[in-house]
Ligand binder design. Structure first.
Ligand code: 4NP
Length: 155
């Protein structure tokens, strides 16, 4: 199972999602590959936003070694599931897809914890510290469901 987390910049939400899922999988001894990417090229090769690094660290997760990259058409072949943070990421990710099979891999991440809601993970970049706590909690709940699905062989 290979999972790609996608947001706009690949420095706030998707690296946090990657770290949370990797950490849960490691705790449970589940062997999965997790990566993250942005739909934009704004932060290629950059480390995550310092507020995202600090929030993950608060929960015992080190994401400081991640580096920003942009989603690529090859990602649709590499990954089994592509989890996006918001409606804009969803549209922009579908634009990179080449086939219906590619498109079928793309899901809104909060539909895991809130089925069929199409809720977005709010972009915390221009807000305050509390935005990162909110993002962390939303992603933590969604990743719990994903781990459950993987454990139950539903994924
Ligand atoms: P992310 O947050 O998509 O969660 O990584 C953002 C990071 C950077 C920008 C926007 C959102 N930006 O406009 O540079």
């Amino acid at each position: 199972m290979k999972i790609l987390m996608v947001c706009l910049g690949n420095i706030c939400r998707s690296p946090m999602a990657q770290g949370i899922l990797e950490n849960k999988a490691a705790e449970k001894g589940i062997d999965i590959t997790v990566d993250s990417a942005g739909t934009s090229d704004y932060h290629i090769d950059q480390e995550p936003d310092h507020r995202a690094i600090a929030k993950a660290k608060e929960y015992g997760i080190d994401i400081s070694h991640y580096r920003g990259r942009q989603i690529d058409v090859a990602d649709f072949k590499t990954f089994d599931r592509i989890l996006v943070m918001d409606a804009s990421n969803y549209e922009n990710t579908l634009l990179v897809a080449e086939s219906d099979d590619d498109k079928s891999k793309v899901e809104m991440i909060l539909n895991l914890s809130n089925p069929n809601s199409n809720m977005s993970v709010p972009d915390p970049y221009f807000g305050g510290e509390e935005g990162f706590e909110n993002v962390y909690r939303l992603l933590d709940s969604a990743c719990d469901v994903l781990i459950e699905q993987i454990e139950n062989g539903e994924s």
